[in-house]
Write a protein of this length. Structure first.
Length: 212
């Protein structure tokens, strides 16, 4: 019910690497969003506790780093292939056919070369969640990571390099079940101004007066 009602959700396509560098992992997570912009902090929730950590969580806690890639429509099927339930140690890069780019500056794991927007990030903190359905079990872990370097494809940026073009990014959102959404059209709505739209405190107060 929750994942079909709270939509669309952004997807973090997370790349990690084991501490010894021998194991690489790539997986999508739709429990993901920005927490704050200064410092640029993001949250990713993973459906496992630390004791039975999935590949991404295990690598992230061991190394304290990851890369968040934003999935574009152009490689959705490849990204979905990386969600395969492979055992720890399997390389989802091979399954997806995507290209690992090890040119990152602040982390040792790779970014997805095909991604329009990628974020190098370092672990800030994490929290395990106690299950209500199964007392004594951990139902998930939320990690908070701070962005340390941002990669944006040149043709996706505006002239002042502060806005990413939606038509180039072509981000994919997650819906319920196995459904995804294309996000290629936006609606611009100006934020209302108290002074301009209401004029005065008196005019605003009239909105709450009961009409007989």
């Amino acid at each position: 019910m929750l994942i079909s009602g709270v939509t669309p959700r952004p997807i973090a396509f997370v790349s990690t690497r084991s501490a010894d560098g021998k194991i690489t992992n790539l997986a999508p997570f739709s429990y993901f969003n920005i927490v704050t912009h200064d410092p640029p902090t993001f949250m990713i929730s993973i459906a496992s506790g630390v004791a039975n950590a999935k590949d991404t969580l295990k690598n992230l806690l061991e190394t304290g780093e990851c890369v968040i890639n934003i999935i574009s429509e152009t490689f959705l099927e490849a990204a979905n292939a990386a969600s395969i339930d492979a055992p720890y140690g399997s390389d989802e890069w091979r399954v997806s056919g995507l290209t690992p780019d090890y040119s990152c500056d602040t982390v040792k794991c790779a970014r997805v070369k095909e991604a329009v927007f990628s974020i190098e990030a370092k672990l800030e903190s994490f929290k395990e969640w106690e299950s209500r359905a199964k007392p004594g079990h951990k139902s998930g872990t939320t990690v908070f990571v701070e962005g340390t370097r941002f990669w944006v494809r040149e043709d996706a940026l505006n002239e002042t390099k502060n806005i990413i073009d939606l038509s180039v990014l072509r981000p994919i959102g997650r819906l319920g079940g196995i459904s995804y959404s294309r996000i290629n059209q936006g609606v611009e709505i100006p934020r209302p101004s108290f002074k301009k739209d209401f004029g005065s405190e008196e005019a605003y107060n009239k909105l709450t007066q009961t009409k007989l």
